[in-house]
Structures are given as C-alpha cells and as structure tokens.
Design a protein around this ligand. Sequence first.
Ligand SMILES: [Zn+2]
Length: 248
Amino acid sequence: MTRLILSIALMLSLIGPVRADFRFSASDDVHRYVESNLLGIFYHELGHALIDILGLPIFGQEEDAADVLSVFLLDAFWEEEAAVGLAYDTAFGFLGEAQQGYEIAYWDVHGPDLQRYYNLICVFYGANPQERDDVAEDLGLPQERAEYCPDEYDQANASWGAVLDEIHSPAGGRSLGFGQVETETEGGAFTMEVVAAEVDAINEEFRLPEKLTVSVVPCGQANAFYDPARREIVMCTEFADYLVEIMP
Ligand SMILES: [Zn+2]
C-alpha cells in the first residue's frame, strides 16, 4: 500500500515487508484485513490522545470524534486504491463486531457497531464523492444518508484537518515513542510492526506539545485504549487474533 498526506503533500515511509512465517499471511486477505483494522484502531486511539494532549473541545461523543479522525486519516494518509481497501476492511471490522450477535448496549460510550459502520462509509465517501460512488453503493450506504456525506466530510476537515495542520511540522518531531513492548505472539509481533511504521510516519510529519507513549502488550483481552493519566496508547497484542476470529 502506498501512503500520502494530501494537504501536506509529503510521502511517508511505507509499511515494511511482512515476515513470511506469519500466521495471518497464510491468506493475503486475512493479513490485509488485520493490518487495516489495526491501523484504523490506532488512528482512533490517536484521536483520543490528540483530544487529551491538545485539550480539544468536543461537542458530542468523544468516541464519535475519534472514529471521524480514524477515517479522516485513512483518507488523508493513503493513495486512492489503498484508501479504498482500508475503508472496506475497517468497515467490515465494524460489521464483524455487529455480527457477533451481542445485544446492542445503547448505554455504551461507543455507538452501535452498525452505526459506526455507516458513519465510516459516509465520511469516506464524502471525502471524494465523484470517485467513491460505487464504494458507497457496494457497502450499502443509503441515498438518504449519502446526500449529507460531503458536508459531513467538510466538517471533519474543518475540525480534524485544522488540528492536523496545526501540529504539522516540516522538520517532524519525536513526539511519539514506545513504552512497554511485549510481543511474544505472532499477533503481537504483527501489531508492533504495523504500529511502529505508523509511529515513524507520524513523527516525520507532526510535532505534539507533549510526549505520547505507545505500548504494545498483552492485556488479557482484545482491546486498545488511550490512558490519559499516562498519556499512553495501549495496543493489546490479543486484538490481532480477535480480528481474525471475527472477520466477516
Ligand atoms: Zn475510543
């Protein structure tokens, strides 16, 4: 996959080759699906981190704002073909969750998975409606919603786009650094590989006023979260395996 930053127009480093013995690479589809979703999840956690570190005002649910940053970055960092693949995979990530058959927790801080699925498709489609008509149709975005998606993207660009412009630094920075890294499992090693490439790429382009720690560790559950007390994104090594399990 090839990445780019549209507004900032700089090429970032490519994700390195994947180890041949890796279980997820048994199937290219599975491998790509897991990689895409780890990226989407990491961008979402980065959203929480930026909200905290930059003291961004959030009018509404923070989880929704983090989801919007995630899809905004998928669109902004990657060239069209890769971005479309990432959008499909991450949308299917929500679909996979929705298909687990758990009762919808309306009290949860996250919106229901199917709603997150449509929100993602909407912003992605709205970013480039001329070229993504077929993607929206293929993923089942109803016309009633699609009409508003270019405006929804404009809002995302006015909020998150402005934030990214503000922290963009031509010389880059070393704002993101690794904390604890324990990757004994293949899923853990793969997570580290994906996240390390992102940390490098983001450090090349952006500078934060505070250090942000990234840890890749076993948590005893498939999870990823941002801890404001420690200014730390924790990517649990179990998530990669879970993604394989729930792949639709
Ligand atoms: Zn979140």
